[in-house]
Design a protein around this ligand. Structure first.
Ligand SMILES: C[S@@+](CC[C@H](N)C(=O)[O-])C[C@H]1O[C@@H](n2cnc3c(N)ncnc32)[C@H](O)[C@@H]1O
Length: 458
């Protein structure tokens, strides 16, 4: 059945932007029908060209901004917005922080939880050059091995050397490695034909330690000239303590493959957080904004209200960062994590820091939690820090039935946070303090927050 839409593809019209989506796109409405427009900010009046229509919404491109938002800034320009490196860079930072606070509040309000208070987002003094990790695709562009970033919703590589939100030492390292790969005529990966060698360059740098890891992700097991490439990277980048070849032979968007081959130095780098030292391997998750992570973890520790007598479960524990910081204030901590190298790192990290009251288990949080419940484990506090998809319903069931006094929820996706808070309510848990967003990802629309739930029923 053909529906009569209020706008048509190719049409140009004048609209006012009334909102921003969670992806940072401007929203205009024509007869209540939304048009999503990149690079358009609330309160702006623009001429938009409709590029795509669907039954429920349309997309459009800005033709002309007729009235500019007072909050529009333009530090880096078009490429940065287009690539998705910094899609919010055209919005003044103080407004970005408000946008994130508003987004969390709005999601709670949508499910009639208007009484949930959301505090102003904790931001950064310098909201650029914060990322401690880069994963940069390598492709052939105009006959040359090139590093850069994909244009949003495409696999078109835009050459970039200054990534704006990454540690500048990492940006420099990527150019150095790129030039060495060019010098030895390494072949860039060709996605279309699934040919060539070098797929991605990943660099991690410890914020405090300045230890650097370079990971060269290859399609093939063989990396031609591996010896000289390694030697030249070592010579050019004195901070490098680890060079790894990661082999990913699959035709996939997943960046890392299963096999790591240490070409030089260690298989991990060290960094510090809240005074503890952590070993981090190539495949392990580690928060990308170390300055904000310390604030985030401190908040979680404070919210947990530990006195030294508690049993704590840290679910989705990664390399044990939260578990080990909490272990210093608790009787016993149990961590569960699904990535084997991360669990290995977590155990190493407990030893490294002389912490004896933290135990780490490899497995899925939902299965391990169910087993712990069956075994009669009774945590006082459960801390969760899941990926964007949030918590599995089975996990919430086990956690609810274990009846901890508190659940501290660190979330990187407010939509799944709201869903999970509603599920916890079925087990008698209510939000007991204002939700605190912490800006882990300035210049992007991603929202991180800490929420504490307390048990209200027996
Ligand atoms: C947002 S990270 C948090 C890691 C850690 N808490 C930190 O702050 O560094 C989420 C972690 O959950 C792990 N993970 C993903 N799915 C999981 C599952 N079903 N069970 C257990 N861990 C999982 C990921 O490997 C990752 O280490």
């Amino acid at each position: 059945m053909k529906t009569n839409l209020p706008v048509h593809k190719g049409e140009e019209l004048d609209v006012t932007i009334i909102d921003l989506t969670y992806q940072g796109m401007g929203v205009a409405k024509v007869d209540n029908y939304p048009i999503f427009i990149e690079n358009a900010l609330p309160e702006e009046k623009i001429t938009v060209k409709v590029t795509k229509t669907t039954k429920n919404f349309a997309f459009g491109d800005v033709v002309k901004i007729n009235q500019v938002s007072p909050h529009r800034v333009n530090p880096k320009g078009r490429v940065y917005r287009q690539t998705g490196i910094a899609p919010l860079q055209h919005l003044e930072y103080s407004e970005q922080l408000k946008f994130k606070q508003h987004q969390v509040a709005e999601l709670f309000a949508k499910v009639h939880m208007d009484d949930v208070e959301v505090l102003p987002t904790i931001g950064m003094a310098n909201p650029t050059q914060y990322r401690n990790k880069a994963q940069v695709p390598v492709r052939q562009v105009q006959g040359k091995l090139t590093t850069g970033f994909y244009k949003k919703n495409s696999h078109q590589l835009m050459p970039i050397e200054d990534y704006y939100i990454q540690d500048p030492e990492i940006d420099k390292a990527i150019v150095v490695v790129r030039d060495i790969l060019r010098k030895y005529h390494e072949a860039a990966y060709d996605e279309f034909h699934h040919s060539g060698t070098i797929r991605t360059i990943m660099v991690r740098r410890g914020y405090y330690s300045h230890e650097m890891m370079v990971v060269i992700v290859t399609r093939t097991k063989h990396l031609p000239m591996a010896d000289v490439v390694t030697q030249e990277i070592q010579a050019a980048l004195p901070e490098v303590v680890s060079i790894i070849q990661n082999v990913n032979q699959k035709k996939t968007n997943v960046i890392l493959g299963p096999d790591n081959n240490v070409l030089y130095g260690k298989s991990t780098i060290n960094d510090q957080l809240l005074g503890l030292t952590f070993a981090i391997s190539a495949g392990s998750f580690y928060q990308v904004n170390p300055q904000q992570t310390e604030k985030l973890y401190q908040l979680a520790i404070d919210q947990a209200g530990l006195t030294g007598n508690e049993t704590v479960v840290d679910a989705y524990s990664g390399i044990g960062t939260i578990s080990l910081t909490m272990a210093q204030h608790a009787k016993q901590v149990y961590g569960v994590e699904i990535v084997p190298s991360a669990v290995e790192n977590a155990k190493q990290n407990a030893d490294k820091n002389g912490i004896k009251n933290a135990k780490f288990v490899l497995g899925s949080a939902e299965k391990v939690m169910a087993k712990w419940q069956e075994d009669g484990l009774k945590p006082d506090v459960v801390v969760v820090d899941p990926p964007r998809k949030g918590l599995d319903a089975e996990f919430i069931k086990s956690a609810g039935e274990m009846a901890p006094k508190k659940v501290v929820y660190i979330s990187c996706n407010p939509s799944t946070l709201v869903r999970d808070v509603q599920r916890f309510a079925e087990y008698g848990y209510e939000i007991s303090a204002p939700v605190q967003p912490v800006d882990q990802f300035p210049q992007t629309p991603h929202v991180e927050s800490v929420t504490v739930l307390e048990r209200t029923e027996k």
